[in-house]
Structure formats: structure tokens, C-alpha cells
Design a protein. Structure first.
Length: 105
């Protein structure tokens, strides 16, 4: 089991351990993709914090409101996160002990 990269946030380190344990990610390529995903996760969270602090819009030099630049960072980081998770090829289907539809709750 590889230790998490030091530069990741506590939340990203938690997800790292969860995903590594649950899916048994231990090969070099998988660990690189996992690191990429968690870096994108941190970037997305940082952008969300800036948007929460400043609002969705900020004034430009003429005083006109424009989208906060962090909205683009958030969107791009979310996309990078999803691409990296997809590249990990995680089996997201819950395991079932029998064929057929799951029982109704």
C-alpha cells in the first residue's frame, strides 16, 4: 500500500485511502491516475472555496459583473477528476450474490 502524496489535502488523502483500499489500486499507472484525480479534487475544492468567499460574480475594471474566474477552474477540475476516475476503470456496480434485479427496499 503506497502512502498518499504529502501535498494532498486531508479530504483528498481520505478519498485516496478509500479508493485504494476498495479497488486495490497498487500499480504505478493506477497510482498516478489516482494522484491526478485527487489533485483535481483539491483544485476543485479550492475553486469552490473562492467562489463561496467572493460570490459567483466579481466586478471587472469597469465595475461590470462577470463570472468569477474560479468558476472555470472549478468546471475544468471537475472534468479532470471525472476523466481520471473513468480512466481508473473502477467497477462502480455493487456486488450481488444472485443474478437478476436487486430486491426492492
Amino acid at each position: 500500500m503506497k502512502n498518499t502524496p504529502d501535498h494532498l489535502s486531508p479530504d483528498a488523502k481520505g478519498w485516496w485511502h478509500h479508493l485504494q483500499d476498495e479497488y486495490g489500486i497498487d500499480d504505478r499507472a493506477g497510482l498516478l491516475l489516482l494522484q491526478t484525480a485527487m489533485e483535481a479534487f483539491d483544485r476543485m475544492r479550492d475553486a469552490q472555496a473562492a467562489i463561496t468567499k467572493d460570490g459567483l460574480t466579481v466586478p471587472d475594471r469597469f465595475g461590470q459583473l462577470k463570472n468569477h474566474p474560479a468558476t472555470t477552474v472549478e468546471r475544468d477540475a471537475r472534468s479532470q477528476l471525472l476523466v481520471a476516475l473513468k480512466a481508473l476503470n473502477l467497477d462502480l456496480e455493487p456486488l450481488r450474490d444472485a443474478p437478476g434485479r436487486p430486491p426492492e427496499m
